[in-house]
Design a protein around this ligand. Structure first.
Ligand SMILES: Nc1ncnc2c1ncn2[C@@H]1O[C@H](COP(=O)(O)OP(=O)(O)O)[C@@H](O)[C@H]1O
Ligand SMILES: [Mg+2]
Length: 229
């Protein structure tokens, strides 16, 4: 039997009259990378925000590791939604220290996560002086602080160059090998293709396709077919 770390059942979110996430049921297999693909405004961030408790679903349910989602599950979830909220005048270490203290984690954890994302040598550099890719990685380090079992990354490749995307791919693969399940979103097909094991295509709030992706597949054609259907 397949084991899913995360499932949504008929998940729906409306803002006023607008149905932004519309009856979405996804299944995310444990220790894989699930890529949520869809154009701007499709409802990706809204869906991810419901998974992190930033928004309350209007209808439907979220199942984490076999049980209905509750706030307690946040201890197992790490998230980077939209761009990382960093203190520009603090160093990478200091930024993480703020969160480690809030989460009551030992200070030693900071060096561990900085090492995981390859930022252990930024020293006295302030966050505002880091490159875009480094800021993203610091955001991911922050999401990793609490040893999450589920990592949620909203458009993590946004603004990264091809090399940065390759690095991120390696980094994300290393997470799944270490027991983390990842769900990420992107509006760029080629990026999801490089990062994800499974994809879900979302358009106008609806899940239009879900499946495993492999090298042989013409994802461009699939995407165009699904979106034009
Ligand atoms: N807090 C909100 N209030 C009202 N409308 C919202 C809110 N958040 C998002 N929306 C709308 O929901 C739709 C989907 O947004 P979003 O989930 O951010 O899409 P995506 O992340 O796929 O680009 C958009 O039309 C957006 O304007
Ligand atoms: Mg978004």
């Amino acid at each position: 039997m397949e084991k899913y770390f995360l499932e949504t059942n008929h998940l729906t979110k409306t803002f006023g009259k607008q149905v932004v996430v519309d009856d979405v049921s996804i299944k995310v297999k444990i220790h894989t990378v699930y890529g949520l693909l869809g154009p701007n405004g499709a409802g990706k961030s809204t869906l991810l925000k419901m998974l992190t408790g930033l928004l309350r679903p209007t209808k439907g349910e979220i199942i984490i590791n076999g049980h209905p989602w509750s706030r307690k599950d946040l201890k197992d979830i790490g998230a980077l939604i939209e761009s990382p909220a960093l203190y520009g005048n603090l160093t990478a270490h200091e930024n993480l220290l703020v969160h480690a203290k809030l989460l009551r984690l030992p200070e030693s954890r900071i060096q561990e996560v900085l090492h995981l994302v390859g930022l252990e040598n930024t020293g006295k550099k302030k966050a505002s002086q880091l490159s875009f890719g480094m800021k993203q990685r610091l955001g991911i380090a922050k999401a990793l602080l609490n040893h999450p079992k589920l990592l949620i990354l909203d458009e993590p490749t946004n603004g990264l160059d091809p090399l940065g995307i390759q690095d991120l791919r390696k980094l994300i693969k290393s997470f799944t090998e270490n027991g983390i399940t990842v769900i990420l979103s992107s509006h760029i097909l080629s990026e999801v293709k490089q990062l994800a094991d499974y994809i879900g295509i979302i358009q106008n709030g609806k899940l239009r396709y879900e499946g495993k992706i492999d090298e042989s597949q013409d994802l461009e054609k699939l995407f165009v077919d699904v979106v034009n259907e």
